[in-house]
Design a binder for this molecule. Sequence first.
Ligand code: FES
Ligand code: FE
Length: 425
Amino acid sequence: DTGSPAQWLNHDCSEVSREVFTSEAIYRREQQTVFRNNWLYVAHESQLKNPGDFVAAYMGEVPVIVARDRDGSIAVSVNSCPHRGLRVCRTDQGNTARFICPYHTWAFKPTGELVGIPQARKMGPEIDRSRYRLKAVPRVESIFGLIFASFDAQVEPLADYLGDHRFYMEAFFDRFPGGLEVIGPVHKWNIKCNWKLPVENMLGDIGHAAYLHGTLVDVNGEANQEIENLAVTAVARPGHAAAFRYLPEDSTLQQRAVHNPQSTPELAEYLTEVERTVAERLSPVQARMKGMALGVYPNLSLLWGQHTLRVSHPRAPGLIEYWSWLISPIEAPASVKKAIRAGYTVGFGPSGIIEQEDSYAWSEQYIGSSIDYLNDTPYYYGMGVGEEGAHPDLPGQVGRTYNEHYARSFYQRWREDVLAQEMEA
Ligand code: FES
Ligand code: FE
């Protein structure tokens, strides 16, 4: 039993109960609220260039198909046959005219319409095909090439959902002249942890890099000091957050890929060059942002310096299916793309040496959270309470390195979501 919701978190979420990460009841409630009522990231537009292109995705626990239609629009439908429930799309991505269900070969367009029932020619009665399509997800919108979908037909427009957080997203997703593309298929693997743990880490826990990753990432010598001195955490709308180094106006610091163990002089040069165009195309403020991490509520994360997008898919209170993509500038020289790809592969993804350390921490967190003797002993999320505030250049609430307001605002938003169900009931 989870006690009363009021006991899970204190007023400002500077204390969070361990059960928030382990309770089966809370987990079920999240599936009905957090994953039902928000915008969820499903695919990148570069994966769906042509009509008939599709990718398989998940919205929480629900498998979906994201497909480009002939008219260029994007449709999202639930990947479950209306006859007996099998997944009709059984691969990660591709191009097709039809999905054929493996059980009785009902046929569907990539956008979900039912177009063939072989048995219907031999056995009546007549079937209303429009009634037995793959169920359409009612809302689909994209921004900066990122496609989001929502099960809630009444959800606010995506632009409003993101609010001023778009400023921070733009600084990475619109940074590169020519745009970004996802390279290769998704990497996916299981981690024995709660889905919120990786999310929280990438919303703004930049302080752990010097410690958890201390032996690996301090190859640049002063990199960690630079983070402590220059990094900020920004929350423009509760639940979303960004963390980055914000350089002084007159800084002569070289742009470089901190924490990319495969960085090269060409990559540093390219990033510096891009930075000049950012000052002109976007704003001088965004040019001074040196990327680290960013999150979109509830479960999309970006590691900016490592060029990886990831989604934490819930599977059980203590299990996630983690999905990770390499996202690379389309127009960068081949040598630069190679350095970006090598950095991602060595550092992140299922075999990444830095990823291993994070996964270890999240699994340990879950084990620690499962000690029910400690259910009366909440976690401390109060680092920097009240230190965050308005900033002359940057939208939202801005705090320094180690300020945990990114997590406090995430749990405030999360609490509103999970309690909404109670109000309705
Ligand atoms: Fe799909 Fe029967 S379950 S055709
Ligand atoms: Fe980490």
